[in-house]
Design a protein around this ligand. Structure first.
Ligand code: NAD
Length: 456
């Protein structure tokens, strides 16, 4: 079946009201949970083959996150689907007003390779809960997991409801040439622009979950030991191939040496003194990205790590010190286990740099000083983040996750996932028993006085 045929079939399926009822959506979510659990071992294997992910990390950062989100939404589905009563204005008397959620229709989810399970099935939960049909286009780079996703979903869902289309640029563009009712894209800013342009041809609303350089600020008031540990955790999860990984650290000069020391200790505590041999440490997705990252390793600045293994596509956790804002590594999203440190003395300089550059997806501040926390929150623009932690805001069902500006538009997770895939219709249900004539012509003086009284 080509892209056009799949979309047509899904549109017929949607237009025949198949996906609308509560029971249908609830059962689809149950089927999804069952099939994920059934295939958990194979998913772990796929993630290991693609990214060298340890089984515990795969559950913690992918499969478990999906199951958690699924439980959250399924438990609240009835409530989410309900019409929400609101007040009626006096000019609409007598009437009832309500906001009525309705699915968009035929939706497209395009996902990247770094968290291929979470970033395909996570949005799928929202799309199902909201009552849409879905086509998923996983990344061609995470070959094993992407193939598995197709096998898994086709074993429980018909193509006219949920269909995985594997392929690369051509297949994605064929899909993007069709008219969708919503497109949910996760990936790089460059491809995000292509997706947005294609969507504009059909005026299709979109979410763009993009990336960028997410800064960490560690100030002189921070708990340095904890900061180092949590930065190391966030940076090295999936070998740094995480959209919200700390990209670089702005470190206050007075605590820099202490921070570097604790960073080293944390890395060794997590992965031993030869991390690329650790079973808990992942690999780089492909040779292109491996070579790109090796190119960023400048011996002059390495204060820790720097070890590489081309055959296994592994790069040891590496700290670069005395990095200037003009250096090559500061010009692109790193997306790997290399952590540059920039030293600062004046918080104004840090805030200006962050605001003068593309708006980050995440920002992390380590500080115990309320004034500093307030300043950074008041003065910096970014998608979301943590104070005294990294990454963890992504895993809360209670927090909408997404970027702003160059890091994306729209958000999801928990209720926000349902909202993203839902159009909220505003409805006034009016009584026909009384028909106030003031709004109808001819507009007499008395009518004008009445209208002015009601609206002013
Ligand atoms: P990518 O943009 O290269 O690819 C994403 C998807 O787009 C893939 O499915 C790919 O097949 C498709 N694609 C590639 N070229 C295309 C083209 N010319 N036309 C249409 N589709 C095309 O991104 P990636 O390398 O897979 O992922 C890494 C990027 O994703 C990083 O920038 C990272 O920060 C970002 N990311 C963001 C989030 C988030 O939640 N905000 C999560 C993970 C990754």
């Amino acid at each position: 079946m080509n892209a056009k045929e799949i979309v047509r079939k899904q549109r017929d399926y949607f237009n025949n009201q198949n996906t609308i009822s509560y029971e249908f959506r609830y059962n689809a979510l149950s089927k999804l949970r069952d099939v994920i659990l059934k295939y958990e071992d194979q998913l772990n294997e796929g993630l290991y083959k693609d990214l060298g992910k340890n089984k515990t990390e795969s559950f913690f950062a992918e499969i478990g996150q999906v199951l958690k989100e699924l439980n959250y939404i399924q438990k609240r589905l009835k409530k989410l689907m309900k019409n929400k009563k609101v007040k009626s204005h006096i000019v609409d008397f007598p009437s009832k007003s309500f906001i009525s959620p309705y699915p968009y229709g035929v939706t497209l989810i395009i996902s990247p390779w770094n968290y291929p399970v979470m970033l395909s099935l996570g949005p799928l939960i929202g799309a199902i809960a909201a009552g849409n049909t879905v086509i998923i286009k996983p990344s061609e780079y995470s070959t094993n997991t992407s193939k598995l996703l197709e096998e898994i979903l086709s074993s429980v869902f018909h193509d006219e409801y949920i269909k995985v289309v594997n392929g690369a640029v051509k297949e994605t563009q064929d899909l993007l040439d069709q008219k969708f009712d919503y497109i949910f894209f996760t990936g790089s800013s460059n491809i995000g622009k292509i997706v947005m342009e294609k969507a504009s041809k059909h005026l299709t609303p979109i979410s763009l979950e993009l990336g960028g350089k997410s800064p960490v600020i560690v100030d002189q008031y921070a708990n340095i030991e904890v900061a180092a540990k949590r930065v190391a955790f966030g940076k090295l999860l999936n070998s740094g191939q995480t959209c919200i990984a700390p990209d670089y650290v702005y470190i206050h000069e007075s605590v820099k040496n202490e921070f570097i020391q604790y960073l080293k200790e944390s890395i060794e505590e997590f992965f031993g003194d030869n991390p690329i041999k650790s079973k808990d440490y992942g690999k780089i997705i492909n040779n292109k990205h491996y070579n790109r990252l090796v190119d960023l390793l400048d011996n002059e600045f390495i204060v820790y790590g720097g070890v590489t293994n081309k055959q296994e596509r592994k790069i040891a956790p590496t700290i670069l010190d005395n990095i200037s804002k003009e250096s090559k590594i500061m010009q692109e999203e790193i997306f790997g286990p290399i952590l540059p440190l920039i030293t600062y003395n004046d918080l104004n300089e840090v805030i200006s740099y962050i605001n003068d550059n593309p708006t980050p997806l995440a920002l992390y501040l380590f500080s115990e000083n309320k004034k500093v926390i307030k300043r950074v929150l008041n003065e910096c623009k970014f998608g979301g983040g943590c104070i005294n932690d990294t990454i963890m805001h992504v895993s809360s069902d209670y927090l909408p996750f997404g970027g702003v500006g160059e890091s994306g538009m729209g958000s999801y997770h928990g209720k926000a996932s349902f909202d993203t895939f839902t159009h909220y219709r505003s409805i006034i249900h009016k009584s026909t028993k009384i028909d106030i004539k003031a709004r109808y012509a001819p507009y007499t003086k008395t009518k004008e006085i009445l209208i002015r009284k009601l609206l002013k």
